[in-house]
Ligand binder design. Structure first.
Ligand SMILES: NC(=O)c1ccc[n+]([C@@H]2O[C@H](COP(=O)([O-])OP(=O)(O)OC[C@H]3O[C@@H](n4cnc5c(N)ncnc54)[C@H](OP(=O)(O)O)[C@@H]3O)[C@@H](O)[C@H]2O)c1
Length: 254
């Protein structure tokens, strides 16, 4: 029987690349969008034509972590099983004001929004996914993380500390979900050329710096993270759990 991936934030950037990676490997996909329903619908038509599997998109707001409960109930109606969950979505724009800022301008509300959307949403999404993954005999949970918790990145205190928290949650979840046959890992990306990065006020500078720092002399692309997410979900990774994998084009040690 075909397996199913549930992923948040499938409409753009890294999430979209992951949806395509899993679909091209014969996995059905339930993915979420926040505002881009048109992109979601275009993707479904395109994926169905290319790969012939089952794909559905659902609205989700990661600023309301409990909305994952209703989301999974909807997914239960459409898909027979859940094998993999990837927490990928990220907030930007107005909700990160005071969170995405220089240290002296940080505000609790913006920081809490980032924590809620990044850490609390991951926890509630993973709990709902785990109940379903256990029923099919086990599977994999992944959260996207960022090397912004390892190297100083301007304005990134809020995201950086929340991603550090995500990596800690991954270790605890891996420890406690192993009995359910569930492996839990994080994939920590260096700067990747997506809409989220384009919102950085110093986007061009970051891009230039990445190309300079990377031994591979290029910027990271969304496809650079999708392959490892697929690998970690397969049986080839059956003894890998509780880990964070850094995929940064060699930029962190520079
Ligand atoms: N880009 C990087 O440099 C980089 C590096 C390392 C790790 N990462 C991580 O990779 C993940 C994806 O980042 P990205 O750069 O691909 O982001 P992105 O291009 O900005 O895409 C964000 C995705 O999240 C969805 N989203 C936005 N606000 C949301 C909300 N309130 N509730 C639910 N979903 C929402 C968007 O849906 P709509 O299209 O409907 O708005 C979209 O699908 C994040 O966890 C990020 O931290 C990124």
């Amino acid at each position: 029987m075909r397996k199913t991936l549930v992923i948040s934030g499938g409409t753009r950037g890294i999430g979209r690349a992951i949806v395509e990676e899993f679909a091209s490997n014969g996995i059905d996909v339930a993915f979420t969008y926040n505002s881009n329903v048109d992109i979601a619908n275009e993707m479904i038509a395109d994926l169905t034509e290319k790969f012939g599997g089952k794909y559905k998109a659902y609205p989700l707001d990661i600023l309301e972590p409990d909305s994952y409960k209703a989301l999974f109930k909807e997914i239960d109606k459409d898909f027979q099983r859940v094998d993999y969950f990837i927490s990928n979505a990220i907030i930007s724009g107005r909700s990160v004001v005071g969170g995405f800022a220089p240290f002296m301008r940080l505000k609790p509300k913006g920081l809490m929004n980032i924590y809620t959307a990044t850490v609390l949403s991951f926890i509630v999404g993973a709990q709902e996914a785990a109940k379903r993954i256990e029923k099919v005999g086990g599977g994999s949970i992944i959260s996207l993380s960022s090397t912004g918790n390892l190297v100083h990145t301007p304005n990134y205190t809020g995201h950086g500390n929340s991603k550090a928290a995500v990596e800690t949650v991954v270790k605890y979840a891996a420890h406690e979900l192993g009995d359910m046959g569930i492996r839990v890992n994080a994939v920590s990306g260096g700067p990747i050329d997506t809409d989220a990065l384009k919102k950085f006020p110093n986007y061009e500078e970051v891009k230039g710096e990445v190309v300079k720092r990377s031994p591979l002399s290029r910027m990271g692309e969304s496809d650079d993270l999708s392959g490892i997410c697929y690998f970690l979900s397969t049986d080839k990774a059956s003894w890998i759990t509780g880990q964070t994998f850094i995929v940064d084009g060699g930029t962190t040690f520079a």
